[in-house]
Design a protein. Structure first.
Length: 748
């Protein structure tokens, strides 16, 4: 198996099985045998006489030849006890406290298994609405997003993969203004990507400069109206500021919903490319287009026969994944198997163009992209139809929009996902993105620097006698080949990077692939730092007019914690530029001081302990009396509050969020000390805050320092412009952040 050093590092660090001491217990080759065997074994459930060993060998060769790779959870978990093979899920968030916290629990189980989650918060009643059951007022979608965010943070602390979320709100929700600005502070709600769900009616109102109505989801009645154009401009401004929110065209997702009788598509996975019904999962894999070429007389051409064969094997593989998968929830198992959706995509598109000598920024590239994806989808549907003859259609085929056509095994076939870590393993460019940078300078642990050059460019320059390390360093400093006069104009024309490409061609390429993709296309339009809001507006309008299902943009340098700044490696940054973009809880001290208070609540007594150390209040514990109460709810609140306190959140803001929450058991009772368990917790925290302010902690400073040094953020915090795990540069692609050195990904 021919893989790069980076690929070997990523596989050894993130994918191989390990013993209790963290020592790898399998080789890279054994990993691919494990996956191939586990997925091929699903054939037995359809044909007891199936030649499993032959099929396994074929799957193994596709993967080790780097022609096709399934998504990361399949590589990590196939043939292992966990057995969870899906990357992402969509969970419903209904408008009741019980349903909201049930969704949080389900999300925690998914994150624990290594998956990401998408949510629409559009069903939640607006902030300030009356809650008839309690006499209180609703907190609103954004407030509950913060609860989901903190729960994700809690699960993430004990895991090896980050829990990624997508939060979506309809444009006509009364809280849309608060939602658009909810990530204005880069430190806020940082375990979520967010997108606004745009309707065709809204976009029509934008074009006509009209008002549009806001609809209360609980009553379905209009609560007011806003200027569509002003709201659109607000979305544009927010995206220009720090890349969020993105936009998703909801009506287009549901136009292509093949099983509308099951439900409405209201959300996507965290990267925006897989629209899913509630409790559906995505089962993804990607074909490496850079390997779908043949060389004749010194020139590359597309090998259509090879591409056809790989597509057929990939569809077979992904259909088997659905049966081999051990889903984290029974509802997900059932819903996924009803439609049997798969998402076959591509990576290495930019590599294919480079080898063919075609500029990404050209109509020729756009036309070829449409042709390639049309071929992949058509061939994939043929393969699914053949599987349907052998195995039967997906169970709800007869109530789908496909019922009058050829019987199909899978409701959808194609999706284009971001392939950050997979493309590192494959040694390819990511998804349908252009190359972000052709030359990197990587810092090594001893302080020296290594020049890393795109292998296609390096081979070409060596062939022409132009390669030198000095020239590569010049390219790295410039960030592009565009103005490097030492390189021939023809090479500069073809070897364009993300920032060389006009926004129009970014969208043209996305639209070309979207026209032949069942689900959606994940792509980021990367802008230079000096791009204007007018540039962003143009991209959003162009994406709408060209039939895209959504769009994500990123302006270089628009976040403190950003991505790649191509030409600057060792430069020291001022303290203000290295602020933490994601709060991390400091470790719990070994010694704390605190108070325990008994508080009367509606269902008995609640005992609340609030502890602090030299750095301030750091934890809260609760215990209920014999009368019962809601121990799980109060414990969950205490845990989230503890994490928030140790993450440095302002105590007063926590108190403000909890104070005044009402519980039905306290209504119209005069002898209560608090209106609810959260309200009681806030009152004790406030009391301890004032007591602590009156004098020093009985824990001496010397003791505290001896048992637990004061916490400071790690040097490689995600807030700086390099990977938080290895210190290499990272980049935005397909709505995700990826380190191409060690495989770190914000999206998991």
């Amino acid at each position: 198996m021919e893989i790069t050093q980076n690929a070997q590092t990523v596989l050894e660090k993130r994918y191989l099985m390990r013993d209790e001491n963290g020592t790898p217990t399998e080789t890279i080759e054994a990993l691919f045998h494990r996956v191939a065997d586990a997925i091929a074994a699903s054939d037995r459930s359809h044909n007891p006489k199936a030649d499993i060993s032959k099929l396994s060998q074929r799957f193994f060769e596709r993967m080790t030849n780097l022609e096709f790779l399934p998504n990361s959870p399949t590589l990590m978990n196939a043939g292992r006890p966990l057995g969870q093979l899906s990357a992402c899920f969509v969970l419903p968030v209904k408008d009741s406290m019980e349903d909201i916290f049930e969704a949080i629990k389900q999300a925690a189980l998914i994150h624990k298994s290594g998956g990401g989650t998408g949510f629409s918060f559009s069903r939640l009643r607006p902030k300030g609405s009356t809650v008839n059951s309690t006499g209180g007022v609703a907190s609103g979608p954004v407030s509950f997003m913060r609860v989901f965010n903190m729960a994700t943070e809690a699960v993430k602390q004990g895991g090896t993969r980050r829990g990624a979320n997508m939060g979506l709100l309809r444009i006509d929700h009364p809280d849309i203004l608060e939602f658009i600005d909810c990530k204005k502070d880069n430190n806020d709600i940082n375990n979520f990507n967010i997108s606004v769900g745009i309707t065709e009616a809204f976009m029509g109102a934008v074009e006509r400069d009209e008002n549009y109505e806001l609809i209360d989801p609980s009553t379905k009645k209009a609560t007011g109206s806003l200027s569509a154009r002003k709201i659109f401009e607000k979305i544009v401004e927010a995206a220009w500021r720090n890349g969020e929110p993105g936009i998703i065209f909801l009506d287009r997702l549901n136009r292509d919903n093949v099983v509308p009788t099951v439900g409405e598509i209201e959300a996507t996975n965290p990267c925006g490319e897989q629209p899913l019904l509630p409790y559906e999962s995505c089962n993804l894999g990607s074909i490496n287009l850079g390997r779908m070429l043949r060389k004749e007389n010194g020139h590359y051409t597309v090998d259509w026969d090879k591409l056809s064969n790989v597509v057929k094997d990939a569809v077979h593989f992904l259909d088997n994944v659905i049966d081999a998968n051990r889903y984290p929830l029974e509802a997900i198992d059932h819903t996924t198997k009803q439609s049997r959706k798969i998402g076959l995509g591509v990576m290495g598109w930019a590599d294919m163009l480079l080898l063919l000598g075609i500029s990404y920024s050209s109509d020729e590239a756009v036309a070829l992209g449409e042709k390639i994806m049309g071929f992949v989808t058509d061939t994939g549907k043929e393969a699914s139809a053949l599987l349907a003859e052998e195995r039967g259609t997906f169970p709800i085929f007869n109530e789908s929009t496909l019922k009058d056509g050829k019987p199909m095994r899978n409701a959808t076939i194609t999706t284009i996902a971001p392939t950050g870590t997979l493309s590192i393993i494959a040694g390819s460019s990511s998804g349908v993105e252009p190359v972000f940078a052709y030359v990197y300078i990587r810092n090594v642990m001893d302080g020296t620097e290594m020049v890393e050059t795109n292998p296609i460019l390096k081979e070409l320059l060596e062939e022409k006698g132009l390669y030198s390390e000095a020239l590569m360093r010049k390219i790295a400093k410039e960030g592009s080949l565009a103005h490097i006069k030492e390189i021939p104009a023809e090479i500069r024309r073809v070897f364009v990077c993300a920032h060389d490409i006009s926004p129009e061609y970014h969208i043209k390429m996305q639209a070309a692939f979207q026209r032949h993709t069942d689900n959606a296309v994940s792509k980021t339009v990367n802008f230079s730092h000096d791009a204007t809001m007018a540039d962003v507006r143009k991209v959003y309008l162009l994406a709408y007019k060209m039939g895209c299902k959504g769009v994500t943009i990123y302006r270089d340098g628009s976040r403190d914690g950003q991505v790649l700044n191509i030409g600057k490696v060792n430069e020291k940054k001022p303290a203000s530029e290295s602020a933490i973009s994601q709060p991390r809880p400091r470790p719990r001290p070994n010694v704390t001081t605190g108070f325990t208070e008994r508080v009367r609540i509606g269902c008995g007594n609640l005992y609340i302990t609030v502890n602090y150390d030299e750095n301030g209040i750091c934890e809260v514990f609760t215990n209920t009396g014999r009368a019962g109460g809601c121990p799980s709810q109060s414990e969950a609140t205490a845990r989230l509050v503890s994490i928030a306190l140790r993450s440095g959140l302002d105590v007063d803001s926590i108190i403000e969020q909890l104070k005044g929450i009402r519980c039905p058991s306290t209504i119209r009772r005069a002898d209560m000390d608090a209106t609810s368990c959260p309200d009681a917790i806030s009152r004790v925290i406030e009391k301890v805050k004032h007591l602590q302010a009156d004098g020093p902690s009985p824990v001496s400073k010397a003791t505290a320092q001896k048992t637990q040094p004061r916490w400071t953020p790690p040097d490689n915090s995600p807030a700086i412009k390099f990977c938080p795990e290895c210190g290499a540069k990272i980049e935005h692609e397909g709505g995700c952040v990826t380190c191409r050195n060690c495989g770190y990904s914000k999206c998991g």
